[in-house]
Structure formats: C-alpha cells, structure tokens
Design a protein around this ligand. Structure first.
Ligand code: SF4
Ligand code: SF4
Length: 364
C-alpha cells in the first residue's frame, strides 16, 4: 500500500489506517483480531484505538491482535489517546493503554478530543501536554499528537504555538473539509502529520450516495471509493482512518486507493464549490454533544435536519422522525438553549437553531 510521511517524524504511514472504534461484536475478540490481521496483510501499518471504544474492548483486542500479528514489510505503528487534562490522570491513562496494547511504546499518543481553544488551554495548564512530553522522553510515547474537533484556524494556531505537537487527528471528509481545511494546510506547511478520521462523514456519504455523487471523478465506481480518493489526493493528509467492521470494507478501501490517479485541482475545486453552495455542515451522528440536561436526543434530531438539508420536505422530515426515530417534532422544543451541546459538537453545528427548525415542523 502507498505510504505518506507523517510530518517530520521520519515515519511512513499507510494511506489507509485502521480505526478501532467499530470493531464487530466487541465481546467476540476473535472477529476483531481477524480483521486487524487482514488489514495488516493488506498493507495497513497505522492502527488507531482508544479507551472506551467498543465497550472499552478495542485496546484489549488491539493488544491481542498485535501479539499475533502476521509479519509484514513495514513497521507497525500504534496510536491511542487520553483525554485527561490533569497530568497524573493523563499518565494513568497512558499506562493503561500501554498495558492493554502490550507494547513498550505507543508510537503516536494523542491528547484526545480537544474541542475548543479553551479546552486546549486546560490540557496545557492541567499538565497533560507536559506529562505527554515527559513520557516521550522516557520512551513510552513515540510522538505527541492531538486529536481535535476545533475549527481549521484554531488548529493552525495551536500547531504554530506548539512545535512539540507532531501531528493531529481530525474529522475530515468530502462533506466537511472547508471547516478544517486551514488546519490541514497549516499542518502541511509546518511539517506535521494529519490523520483524517470519519472519511465517510459518519456514514452519511454512503447512506445518501445519490446526493454525494458530485464527489465522484470519471472512472470512480462509487461514492465510498470517491470519498477515500478525495482524501488520498490531498497532499496535506497523511492517512485516512477507516473504522472497519467487516473484511469487505477493508478490501473496498484498499481497492479504492490502489492504482488511481489523484484528483485534479480542478475536480477538488468543483467539490469545494458544490459543498459551499449546497451544504451547510452536517451532523455525523458521533454523539459527542450528549448528554443533554433535558434529554433531548440531539443526534436523531440533527439526522433529521441533515435530511432537510438534503432536500426533504416537511412531510418527509416528520416521517423520518416518526418512523425512523419514533420522535415527534414537539420534543425538540424541550431544549432550553443552555448551549452545552454546541460547545461539545464535533462539527460545531448550530444545534439550538436546528432544533427550533425541527420543533417548527409541528406547526406546519
Ligand atoms: S442547548 Fe438544548 S439540546 Fe443542547 S444541551 Fe442544552 S438543552 Fe440540550
Ligand atoms: S450534533 Fe454534533 S456532536 Fe452531536 S452527533 Fe451531530 S455532529 Fe456529533
């Protein structure tokens, strides 16, 4: 598989990385292990996991798979994360990840899920960054990275201020790339690695294949292929992280990025124009906005809003709520506009305003 340099670390990462958040039936470790081994045989060398993924089983399954990994031509790189701002908690998280993975060093260790610049400041002032750098000196971490949902300019500012951060993992796809493009460009200019998670927009792209057909270049067989080629064509992206759940998905991803001609700047510009004209950013269903103090089922309502953005009329939107989610528009009015969800949203969506749009469906 083609590889790309991860910033200035000297490491070459496979264009497709294995995301460990969607492993099949987490209680059945064998199925997950088999998938990880299949990906390795297919040329994947970047394996990303985290605590809590898959009922907290993902890191354990990764550890079991790594111990029995088939031999390959390229080194195997591990990635995990800790979200604790406080140094001592961060260290405990790192030690647990090392133990579960059964490795002496985690190649890329992330300060996890940085949502805003204020959140980033907490990771710095709380000691997480300092602790990560100390662990790197001790050899427990290969490279200190940040996993973030900040906007592009905010990511750019963080990277400029902190040369010790060697790369970022961020949500990036053909749907939402204008939102973080400035961060990817800055990372490239500053020679930092970029791992793109959520390359299929949280499943939105395959679920609405007809709507996203504009991503395809001539010769692309389907939109999933196109969405991965879109990332593989971007010189700022080191690796596209795919949350594999089945062998067929690994095979499709490998096919997508094998022997293809990178998209031309003209095609990339066409995609961008289409996104900017036709789409506001969309909910990926990640659930990071929860919990809501009023128990508003935000992802379900935002999914319905996605459909409105994709052209659903009020009747179709009401039907989506009723038959797909068993919800009514009225329940969206339970929102008291506290704003908590908007500070957590990975896509920084105007959730309150969208809930009002949904609630208004009751009156039509
Ligand atoms: S703004 Fe509304 S939906 Fe969001 S957390 Fe507050 S009450 Fe819940
Ligand atoms: S509203 Fe935002 S945080 Fe919540 S599920 Fe959608 S994208 Fe994720």
């Amino acid at each position: 598989m083609r590889t790309n340099p991860y910033g200035s670390t000297g490491k070459q990462l496979s264009v497709i990385g294995f995301g460990g958040m969607r492993l099949p039936t987490p209680k059945n470790h064998d199925a997950g292990i088999a998938l990880l081994h299949a990906a390795r045989r297919a040329g994947v060398n970047y394996f990303d996991t985290a605590p809590n993924y898959c009922d907290d089983q993902s890191e354990i399954i990764f550890g079991e798979a790594i111990r029995t990994m088939p031999p390959a031509d390229t080194p195997l790189y591990t990635s995990s994360k800790s979200y604790h701002p406080k140094a001592s908690d961060f260290r405990r998280g790192l030690e647990q990840s090392l133990c579960r993975l059964g490795v002496p060093q985690i190649t890329f260790f992330h300060i996890w899920c940085v949502m805003t610049p204020a959140d980033w400041q907490q990771r710095v002032s709380g000691g997480a960054l300092r602790e990560a750098l100390r662990a790197k000196e001790e050899g427990l971490i290969g490279h200190v990275c940040v996993s973030t949902h900040m906007r592009g300019p905010e990511i750019a500012a963080m990277l400029a201020d902190h040369p010790e951060i060697e790369g970022v993992t961020l949500g990036y796809s053909a749907i939402n790339f204008p939102y973080r493009r400035a961060g990817v460009a800055a990372a490239r200019q500053l020679r930092r690695g970029v791992v793109a998670m959520n390359p299929l927009g949280g499943g939105l792209i395959p679920r609405h294949a007809a709507h996203f057909d504009f991503i395809r270049a001539p010769g692309d067989p389907d939109v999933v292929t196109a969405a991965l080629r879109f990332l593989a064509s971007d010189p700022g992206i080191t690796t596209a992280l795919v949350g594999f759940n089945a062998l067929a998905e690994i095979e499709a991803a490998v096919r997508a990025i094998t022997d293809f001609t990178p998209y031309t700047p003209e095609h990339l510009a066409q995609i961008q124009t289409h996104i900017e004209e036709k789409f506001d950013s969309m909910c990926t269903g990640c659930g990071y906005c929860l919990p809501c103090p009023r128990n508003v089922p935000i992802p379900q309502y935002m999914d319905t809003h996605n459909h409105i953005q994709l052209g659903a009329d009020p009747d179709a939107a009401r039907a989506r709520l009723k038959y797909h989610w068993e919800l009514t528009p009225q329940q969206a009015a339970d929102c008291i506009a506290c704003g908590l969800c908007e500070t957590r949203c990975t896509q920084r969506l105007p959730i309150i305003q969208r809930l009002r749009t949904i609630a208004a469906l009751a009156k039509k």
